[in-house]
Design a protein around this ligand. Structure first.
Ligand SMILES: [Zn+2]
Length: 158
């Protein structure tokens, strides 16, 4: 049962409210990747039609685990969107599925180059802080693969 899929013809004029949660597997992040979803996604959304668009507004909340690009330790990172808004064009007067839009919007807010000291769940200093000089060559070495999981997952949506 996919709560984000419905027939646009059945959408009430004043919209509909969707509230609940989806398992962490909703994000389709493979276990081997650096970004993992650690909690279910909880959502509290209003779905409205505006002419040829579906407007999604509301709240999204999920906690991920990311790998610090500097010390390589995992740390929790919470995505809490309290005034989420997105628009999906209606292409046909039939069933529409907002799953990919919602998944992609959340994954795109994850940091591209995660640093454990930027974690918003546990405050910590990166134990590897200062081990690298902030030169361009060390930056370049840190970049590859920093967030492959997210990009792989996004690629699969295309
Ligand atoms: Zn770190």
């Amino acid at each position: 049962m996919n709560p984000f899929q419905f027939d646009v013809r059945n959408l009430p004029d004043d919209g509909k409210h969707l509230t609940g949660s989806q398992p962490a597997s909703f994000f389709l992040l493979p276990e081997t990747d650096s970004a993992r979803a650690e909690t279910p996604l909880s959502y509290d959304l209003t779905i409205l039609r505006d002419d040829d668009d579906i407007i999604i507004t509301g709240k999204l909340d999920a906690t991920f685990s990311l790998e610090c690009g500097r010390c390589l330790e995992r740390f929790p990172f919470r995505i809490e969107m309290s005034d989420y808004q997105s628009e999906v064009p209606i292409e046909k007067e039939t069933t529409i599925d907002l799953t990919d839009t919602i998944r992609e919007d959340i994954l795109l807010t994850l940091p591209n180059f995660p640093r454990c000291e930027d974690g918003n769940v546990d405050l910590r200093d990166c134990p590897a802080e200062g081990r690298f000089n902030a030169t361009e060559s060390s930056m370049a070495q840190e970049m590859p693969g920093a967030n492959d999981g997210v990009w792989n997952a996004l690629d699969k949506l295309k």
